[in-house]
Design a protein around this ligand. Structure first.
Ligand SMILES: Nc1nc2c(c(=O)[nH]1)N[C@H]1C(S)=C(S)[C@@H](COP(=O)(O)OP(=O)(O)OC[C@H]3O[C@@H](n4cnc5c(=O)[nH]c(N)nc54)[C@H](O)[C@@H]3O)O[C@H]1N2
Ligand SMILES: Nc1nc2c(c(=O)[nH]1)N[C@H]1C(S)=C(S)[C@@H](COP(=O)(O)OP(=O)(O)OC[C@H]3O[C@@H](n4cnc5c(=O)[nH]c(N)nc54)[C@H](O)[C@@H]3O)O[C@H]1N2
Ligand SMILES: [Mo]
Length: 747
């Protein structure tokens, strides 16, 4: 019997694996890593799940009639197993036909989703490289995570690095900070995940260390789960989507109380006069007072006063979770937070200023050296790109022109969809509408290891390996480790690596050289690592060569000499280190944005009422917060973790009013659709708010009326944040609920 023990990596952490006679037996957190044992322990169940796609499949009527079959049968018909060559010929011929008849933009290959960890075999990167090499495609720009910030922050700060990359380290907060205010909280469940994977999950300890050193925490969130245990934080529970009003009111208070740091505004910002005139009410007749914000946020003014007192002196770090900007007018809370921090004048000082994402992902604010984890280079795209979260609109309304960050984008006429490494039937909003849009393209091709809802709705499904079935290099710049991820087991079934599938297709399409430059996997991995070695030479860090990395399996990169303080060099010398904004300063008023003329995103931070929120909701409506799942990465692991429909938290008084007890099956409804959930009574939750995580696989019932597994995106609308960001606004949704009758059957 041969037993191999090796370390590998996934987005939810580094793990040790036992392989016995070629079979994966057990996986557990890498020692000292702090990864979640349930999540990394799921691997053996995942790789051998009965949901694995065993071989290529083609939808029955598509196999018989080709595109004459139409798209209506997707997800309803059976899928016929076929040989690899049959499937690959079909895919290559379709790509050739659509490209010839309609041009590159008719091929939609943005393929948004998290794929797996590992730089070479990252499916979304490979599909976009391949389609680039094959002549071009319609890409997606931005991301679901912080799409509004992706559009806004370059105008205000010059880059979007403030969302995570450049975050001020927790060490400096512990050493120099006095108060942390976290809008959207610091939910420890979000620290179980890192894009790219990680060898350290130590944020809970780092944050508690700051507390031990006397830093006081204020958390603004609808529920207590956003407060880490032991933090002893003051919890303020505003109405969802009202944070901008609170930030503006605190800024107004700074201005009118004389606390505002006018010298900072003068030296480091532009446009403060226009912004301050708005705060005073000179432009709209409404002074943005604490009373005004108390009315909008439904927080007693005494609590807002307490918050003001806490931040009016001492070193203050203001933080906002990414969730705040995944909402109607999601650009505003981020811009308002920057403006408030500017008025307090501590941007660029250790432990002070602002930052986004401390509560959103592992590693934000951890001390790690950047640039050692290589990335795959992209190839030029002769097609076009649309904002990531607008793809359903594009499928439904080809030829329509929308505004997007100062540009006009005309939707392409999509004939072919190619998805590898994402699950749009999990992540898009208004899923019943996506189902209708999904019928329109002539051909849908999906690479997946598992029969996800998206794979089940494809015409051609190609089975992909998981990251345990191939060699790779992985890591993230917010973590001190780089991993060689060894192939632990042979491909399950007849699965192939995404890159090998694209190699076979590019042979058929005559673009192989462009696609992989004649390098095999080992050649690519060595080339990637050589880039890290170069970076090591420039930064004085001694790194092992590729063969040694492979042998060592994992290497630790020394921490930077100085802990990160965001915008420190700009603060110390703004003349010589200007920001890459038009003014070189922080733009509290942006002429560029004002020039776009968008009423939903004017030239400075403003309060704009969300389209859907409790402030103007008819009686009986709830605000649905759909946050990230605790023990999954999005829809990944659902097939082994789910024990029934997703849980939906509800306040006990709200539950009582609706005759709902804990564990009851309930139905959430909106004009867009309905989904089932299991009620979880949560006394810490604000009344009128429901919290239901994403992560369930979309499963409409036979009549198509109630989704069975609890995917909140069935009831959530699909509207862009604004004409600037056109980003995902999933966290602005009003729904109704009822107890399911008759009593719940089995799951
Ligand atoms: N209502 C609501 N909706 C949301 C959000 C929200 O907060 N609320 N959040 C949004 C955010 S921030 C995000 S990031 C998205 C998540 O977006 P999703 O696309 O839903 O993310 P994943 O579930 O991680 O999808 C990755 C897919 O890749 C597959 N996969 C894994 N490894 C491989 C591989 O090697 N090859 C191939 N071909 N496939 C592989 C997995 O099985 C999985 O199906 O959801 C968004 N949607
Ligand atoms: N375990 C786990 N961790 C993850 C992920 C995962 O799938 N699983 N996904 C990762 C990804 S891709 C991303 S983008 C990040 C997302 O990071 P975030 O967007 O920060 O995470 P969420 O869990 O969606 O939301 C965080 C909290 O915001 C609060 N909140 C929602 N709306 C409002 C509001 O209007 N005001 C205030 N004050 N609070 C509000 C909710 O109570 C919620 O618990 O998470 C990452 N971390
Ligand atoms: Mo995300």
């Amino acid at each position: 019997m041969t037993i191999t023990r090796a370390v590998s990596l996934c987005h939810w952490g580094a793990f040790e694996a036992d392989v016995e006679n070629g079979k994966l037996i057990a996986t557990r957190p890498m020692e000292g890593s702090g990864a979640d044992p349930d999540m990394v322990g799921a691997w053996p169940h995942m790789v051998y799940s009965d949901q694995r796609v065993s071989q290529p499949h083609v939808r029955r009527s598509y196999l018989e009639k080709g595109i004459a079959a139409g798209g209506g049968g997707r997800g309803h018909e059976d899928m016929v197993p076929v040989e690899w060559d049959v499937a690959l010929d079909l895919v290559a011929n379709e790509l050739k036909r659509v490209h010839q008849d309609y041009g590159p933009t008719a091929i939609f290959g943005g393929s948004y989703g998290w794929s797996s960890a590992g730089r070479l075999h990252h499916a979304r990167t490979q599909v976009r490289r391949f389609l680039g090499a094959a002549g071009g495609f319609t890409d997606q720009t931005g991301n679901y995570s912080w799409g509004a910030a992706h559009a806004l922050l370059p105008h205000v700060l010059g880059t979007a690095n403030a969302v995570a990359r450049d975050a001020t380290s927790w060490e400096t907060i512990a050493l120099h900070g006095e108060t942390v205010v976290a809008f959207g909280g610091l939910n420890p469940k979000n620290w179980r995940v890192s894009s790219g994977g990680a060898g350290e999950f130590h944020l809970p300890e780092k944050v508690l260390e700051a507390r031990k050193r006397g830093v006081k925490f204020f958390i603004l969130s609808p529920h207590a789960d956003d407060v880490p245990a032991g933090l002893d934080a003051t919890l303020i529970r505003p109405r969802p989507n009202s944070d901008t009003a609170i930030m503006l009111a605190l800024a107004h208070q700074a201005l009118t109380s004389g606390r505002a740091d006018l010298a900072f505004l003068q030296r480091y910002t532009t446009g403060s006069e226009v912004f301050c005139a708005y705060l005073r009410g000179d432009t709209d007749g409404i002074p943005k007072t604490l009373d005004w914000a108390a009315g909008l946020s439904d927080v007693p003014v005494s609590e807002l006063n307490g918050l003001w007192e806490a931040i009016s002196s001492g070193r203050v770090m203001l933080s906002a979770a990414w969730s705040l900007q995944r909402a109607d007018h999601g650009e505003q809370p981020f811009w308002a937070l920057i403006a408030l921090a500017a008025l307090l004048g501590q941007i660029g000082l250790p432990g002070g200023g602002f930052c986004f994402g401390y509560g959103s992902m592992n590693g934000v604010g951890a001390d790690a050296s950047k640039g050692f984890v290589p990335t795959m280079p992209m190839l030029p795209n002769k097609g076009m790109a649309i904002p990531v979260a607008r793809f359903v609109d594009a499928f439904l309304e080809p030829g329509k022109t929308i505004e997007f960050n100062g540009r006009r984008v005309t939707y392409p006429d999509v004939k072919l969809v190619y998805w590898a490494g994402g699950n749009p039937f999990h992540h898009a909003q208004d899923l019943d509408r996506l189902s209708r849009a999904w019928e329109r393209p002539q051909t849908v091709i999906v690479h997946e290891p598992w029969w996800t809802p998206t794979a089940r709705r494809a015409d051609i499904v190609l089975p992909a390996t998981t990251s345990l079935e191939r060699d790779d290099i992985g890591g993230t710049s917010r973590d001190p480790y780089v991993f060689f991820m060894p192939k632990l087991i042979d491909p399950v079934g007849s699965a192939r690596n995404d890159i090998d599938i694209f190699r076979s297709l590019s042979d058929r399409l005559g673009c192989r050289e462009l696609f992989d430059e004649g390098l095999d996997d080992r050649g690519w991995l060595k080339r990637l690592w050589d880039k890290s070695l170069e970076h090591g030479v420039h930064s004085g860090v001694d790194l092992p060569d590729f063969e040694e990395l492979r042998r060592q399996n994992i290497i630790r990169i020394p921490a930077p000499l100085q802990p990160e303080v965001m915008l420190e060099s700009f603060r110390s010398d703004p003349e010589n280190n200007p920001l890459p904004t038009p003014s070189g300063k922080i733009e509290l008023y942006s002429k560029a944005i004002a020039g776009f003329g968008y009423s939903d995103c004017p030239g400075h931070a403003v309060w704009i009422e969300p389209h859907e929120w409790l402030g103007s909701a008819p009686c009986g409506k709830f605000h649905l917060v759909s946050n990230q799942p605790a023990k999954q990465l999005h829809s990944q692991m659902w097939q082994v973790m789910a024990k029934g429909p997703a849980e939906c938290r509800i306040n006990p008084s709200d539950a009582k009013e609706h005759g709902i007890s804990g564990g009851d099956h309930i139905v959430l409804k909106s004009g867009r659709g309905a989904c089932r959930a299991s009620a979880l009574i949560d006394p810490s939750l604000r009344r009128g708010v429901l919290i239901m995580p994403t992560g369930a696989w979309y499963e409409p019932d036979a009549e198509g009326s109630i989704e069975q597994n609890g995917n909140p995106n069935v009831v959530i609308g699909d509207r862009g944040t604004s004409q600037l960001g056109q980003a995902c606004a999933a966290l602005s949704a009003l729904v109704e609920i009822e107890r399911e009758t008759p009593a719940p059957g089995s799951f």
